[in-house]
Design a protein around this ligand. Structure first.
Ligand SMILES: Cc1cc2nc3c(=O)[nH]c(=O)nc-3n(C[C@H](O)[C@H](O)[C@H](O)COP(=O)(O)OP(=O)(O)OC[C@H]3O[C@@H](n4cnc5c(N)ncnc54)[C@H](O)[C@@H]3O)c2cc1C
Length: 427
């Protein structure tokens, strides 16, 4: 049975350690933090949305980058296998809105504890406070490399023999998994170390960006609305007239721009193209311009001596009224009865198209995931083994894979970890 080293005790590293040790491998996990699962602990606002109970199609639709790469690993260890894994080990689960799965206790720590308990049962060795700095490899002899079944691709010329640590130590191994995560929330330990380890073996790493993140807005009025949530709005993001994203749902204003579910999905789907784009909000998507005009006239007729800002207040949250009037370029203290037809048109125009200019994406400090990573063409999708270096596996967010919110990113971590665990235990 294989002697396996796993770099990183995050979601994917812990799952691989649990499954590979259960199947008889001797597993050592190297983690640079002083404990396991630092990021897992804060997932789902501390509740851990560990997967999604939707059907296969809805899950595949929610994978934004390289979904096809995941077919095989999702087939072998899908969302129901994940639920079964935790439930069969005593963690009760519940399904919430959007088929999001959480532990019934609402505690991410229960998910970490379950993984750690499984690892402890099968004698996984954890080395904390140490950083892996280099994957050690050796040349594969030619006869060994060329023997066996017909090989369609060029076979790897090197294989893993160990890992070098920042304390000078070396751990020899038969197989090694890089489970170092991406670049988001670097305070949890995910600082992109895996990209350097992969590049040193000749792997390509695609350009990385923060994803599932807020966007920064040029207009300063966002700060005045910070904390305001808008429900049931339509967002359209475009650049030079070309649509990049449309969505319907909930968003919120922040001190530097906008965030919330709609905006996070927008960054996942449109990515870096958001920078410099125009974001348009339809504040009343269920009603057309004609109906809005009738409603406005009705409000004015009911109370003609009221100030316009009070009329607008009936249609929008109070915090939004000043910015709204600024965009419509109308004096809010004007009596409703004196609002001209042209001004009414402007009000309707802004209700249906409150636009703002995106200057950039929020940083990695607040991004839920990293878009980009190790090029998946160089990885076997059934096993997560490198096609360039035998015995090296890449799992989780370090790969060029990302998804929407809803439990899908952890599902990527679990499924890729399971694929690698099955492969190392079958050696
Ligand atoms: C705030 C927040 C909330 C989230 N909520 C959800 C959610 O509810 N549902 C969901 O599906 N997804 C969620 N995600 C995304 C999800 O947490 C990640 O996609 C997932 O944790 C990735 O798992 P991983 O194993 O690849 O990496 P990580 O969990 O990031 O683990 C990587 C580990 O490797 C260690 N490491 C790195 N480099 C080295 C090195 N050189 N040597 C030794 N150790 C090293 C790190 O310290 C870390 O412990 C959330 C993310 C964030 C930031």
């Amino acid at each position: 049975m294989s002697n396996v080293v796993i770099i990183g005790a995050g979601a994917s590293g812990l799952m691989m350690a649990a499954l590979a040790s259960e199947r008889g491998c001797s597993v050592t996990v190297v983690e640079k933090n002083e404990k396991a699962g630092k990021k897992l602990y804060i997932t789902g606002k501390g509740r851990c949305n560990l997967t999604n109970a939707g059907d296969r199609d809805s899950i595949m639709e929610s994978i934004v980058t390289n979904g096809r790469f995941l077919y095989s690993s999702f087939n072998s260890f899908g969302n129901y296998d994940v639920m079964d894994f935790f439930e069969s080990r005593g963690v009760k689960l519940k399904v919430e809105r959007g088929m999001r799965v959480f532990p019934e206790s609402d505690k991410a720590s229960d998910i970490i504890r379950c993984l750690e308990k499984t690892c402890a049962k099968f004698n996984v060795k954890f080395i904390y406070g140490v950083r892996a700095t280099e994957i050690l490899t050796e040349q594969i002899e030619n006869e060994k490399r060329d023997s066996g079944a017909a090989v369609k691709r060029k076979a790897p010329e090197r294989r893993a023999v160990g890992v070098k640590l920042d304390n000078g130590g070396i751990i020899p191994c038969d197989c090694l998994a890089v489970a170092t995560g991406g670049l988001s929330y670097p305070s949890t330990g995910s600082t992109g170390d895996g990209y350097g380890l992969a590049r040193a073996l000749g792997h390509k790493v695609t350009k990385c960006f923060p994803s599932l993140v807020s966007v920064r807005i040029e207009e300063p009025f966002c700060a005045e609305m910070a904390g305001l949530t808008l429900k049931n709005v339509r967002v359209e993001v475009s650049r030079n007239g070309q649509e990049l994203y449309t969505g319907f749902g909930e968003m919120l204003f922040t001190h530097t721009g906008v965030s919330g579910p709609l905006i996070l999905s927008c960054t996942a789907k449109a990515g870096i193209a958001c920078e410099g784009a125009l974001l348009k909000l339809d504040l009343k998507p269920a009603v057309d311009g004609g109906e809005l005009e009738s409603r406005l006239l009705r409000e004015i007729k009911e109370d003609p001596n009221k100030q316009l800002k009070s009329v607008i207040r009936r249609m929008l949250p109070a915090a939004m009224v000043p910015a709204f009037l600024y965009k419509a370029a109308i004096d809010g203290t004007k009596k409703a009865v004196f609002v001209t037809k042209e001004e009414r048109q402007r009000i309707i125009q802004v209700l249906k198209g409150f636009d703002m200019h995106i200057t950039g994406l929020g940083g990695y400090n607040e991004a839920v995931v990293t878009k980009g990573g190790i090029e998946v063409k160089e990885i076997n999708p059934a096993t997560m083994e490198s096609r360039l270096c035998e015995g090296v596996f890449f799992i989780g967010e370090v790969l060029d894979l990302d998804a929407l919110t809803g439990g899908y990113n952890l599902q990527i971590a679990w499924s890729t970890a399971a694929a690698a665990a099955m492969a190392v235990s079958a050696r």
